[in-house]
Design a binder for this molecule. Structure first.
Ligand code: MHO
Length: 225
């Protein structure tokens, strides 16, 4: 019998571009939505949700203490510059909301380098002009990020058990959804970001073996939701 390829094999060469990948960490309200939005953007390699910005040890969804719901993405800055990530961040939530449930839903940014810190200051000014208000996003240097429970990862995609069943062959363990670009795109797609056709086009341009790209594009077109 032919050996079954898992998503790790199918996306292998994309993972290799980790050489150039950058990470961004931010909170903009309930983490389910922004994981889907950012997961749909070409150039975003991986998305995950978790907790950041606080001091409570071992945070979990029902015990996040002073942490904030946070999305973390790995992206290829040649395909999507950090400035663009920031514009998507600020244009898609209101950063000055009154506190609600403590720090759980605050607007939060953690920078991973001096270059990111500088870009944040620059783009923030631009966004303040656009918004006509000062932005109160909590900005600090990155220290830690704790992954949320598996049920919160790719939350919207998980609302489609029938599709997940058809994907099981690529993802024999649900944890494989966390690091997968294909899963990030599908999670965005079910939330209404992008079309089947635009996603197929993008996949055919991925830095993967041609046969593997074809397998993923075929799967996408055949998926029954
Ligand atoms: N309105 C959602 C928020 C979940 S989000 C992960 C709920 O509590 O059902 O904070």
């Amino acid at each position: 019998m032919e050996q079954q390829l898992t998503i790790r094999d199918l996306e292998k060469e994309m993972g290799d571009s980790q050489r150039t990948a950058e990470t961004a960490t931010f909170g903009m309200g309930c983490f389910w939505g922004p994981e889907a939005r950012f997961g749909s953007l070409p150039g975003v390699l991986r998305t995950r949700v978790g907790f950041s910005g606080g001091t409570t040890p071992n945070p979990a969804y029902r015990n996040m203490g002073d942490h904030t719901e946070t999305v973390q993405i790995d992206f290829d800055p040649e395909l999507i510059p950090f400035e663009e990530v920031l514009k998507q961040f600020w244009r898609n939530h209101y950063p000055n909301r009154d506190e609600y449930k403590g720090r759980q839903y605050i607007s939060l940014l953690r920078f991973h380098s001096d270059a990111q810190a500088e870009a944040i200051e620059r783009v923030k000014k631009e966004m303040e002009a656009e918004l006509g208000e000062e932005i109160e996003t909590e900005i600090a240097s990155y220290t830690q990020f704790a992954l949320a429970e598996e049920r919160h990862q790719k939350y919207y995609l998980k609302r489609y058990p029938k599709a997940l069943e058809q994907l099981e062959i690529f993802y024999p363990n649900p944890d494989l959804l966390i690091d997968s670009t294909f899963a990030a795109r599908l999670n965005g797609f079910v939330k209404g970001f992008g079309t089947r056709e635009s996603l197929k086009q993008e996949i055919m341009g991925w830095n993967t073996k041609k046969a593997n790209r074809q397998i993923l594009a075929d799967k996408l077109l055949k998926l029954k939701w």
